[in-house]
Design a protein around this ligand. Structure first.
Ligand SMILES: [Zn+2]
Ligand SMILES: [Zn+2]
Ligand SMILES: [Zn+2]
Length: 228
């Protein structure tokens, strides 16, 4: 398995990059890139940015870098938005951003502020008070409610969970068990087939299935050999 957090476009002469977050698990960057419009092939087929993929809405290879969050292409200012000159990704102007942030803050204040473990793209509210700390492989921690703590734990490689001192006994274990059945980045929709997109329980099931098949085959071969 390749551990890539930055995806490069294989389109001829294209400078596009998709930059994943450093704390993302293996292949999560690729997964997020596909959600953003990249076409990431399997073995031997090229990774193409939204601008290069033949069925995309893009305008060809990225020749000048800018700050487009989807393809790192150069952007231009339009009346209402900043638009990527290559993939066409649009973002509201910073002024609108601030207004939106304020609206978001208000909404958050009304709905109750979410715990630090809640991913910005995860739309779900907290399940209750903050009860655990999720630590990543580098020991950076985020406190979370049961729901967001378990979702974060399921989305990170090598992460662990500890209960806060005032949490009910067994909370960390409960969150650990919850995370086992949760797919990484569960708020992302779409088909999930690769290991990095499945929950740990599903990966184990698949592995067990493969082992059972192998054992079956071995059994048949042995019996077949002995019978002849
Ligand atoms: Zn490209
Ligand atoms: Zn772009
Ligand atoms: Zn939460």
């Amino acid at each position: 398995m390749t551990y890539r957090r930055t995806i490069t476009c294989d389109g001829g002469g294209c400078l596009a990059l998709f930059i994943g977050r450093p704390q993302w698990a293996a292949d999560a960057a690729k997964f997020a890139a596909m959600r953003a419009g990249w076409r990431c092939g399997g073995l031997g087929s090229p990774d193409l940015c939204p601008s290069c993929r033949p069925d995309g809405t893009g305008r060809g290879p990225v020749l000048e870098r800018g700050e487009c969050p989807v393809c790192t292409g150069r952007q231009r200012e339009l009346a209402e938005v900043t638009e990527c000159m290559y993939c066409g990704h649009q973002e509201p102007h910073p002024a609108d951003d601030e207004a939106e942030d304020q609206a978001d803050d208000q909404a958050a204040g009304e709905a109750g502020t979410r715990c630090p473990a809640a991913h910005p793209e995860d739309p779900t509210p907290c399940s209750g008070p903050v009860v655990v700390t999720v630590l990543d492989a580098q020991n950076h921690g985020a406190k979370g409610c049961t729901r967001h703590g378990s979702r974060l734990l399921a989305s990170l490689d090598g992460a662990r969970v500890v209960g806060l001192p005032d949490a009910p006994a067994g909370t960390a274990v409960r969150v650990f068990k919850l995370a086992d059945g949760i797919r990484p980045f569960p708020w992302l929709t779409g088909p999930r087939v690769r290991e990095a997109e499945l929950s740990r329980a599903e990966v184990r099931q698949q592995a067990a299935g493969t082992l059972a098949e192998l054992a079956d085959d071995a059994h048949r071969n042995v019996r077949g050999g002995a019978g002849d």
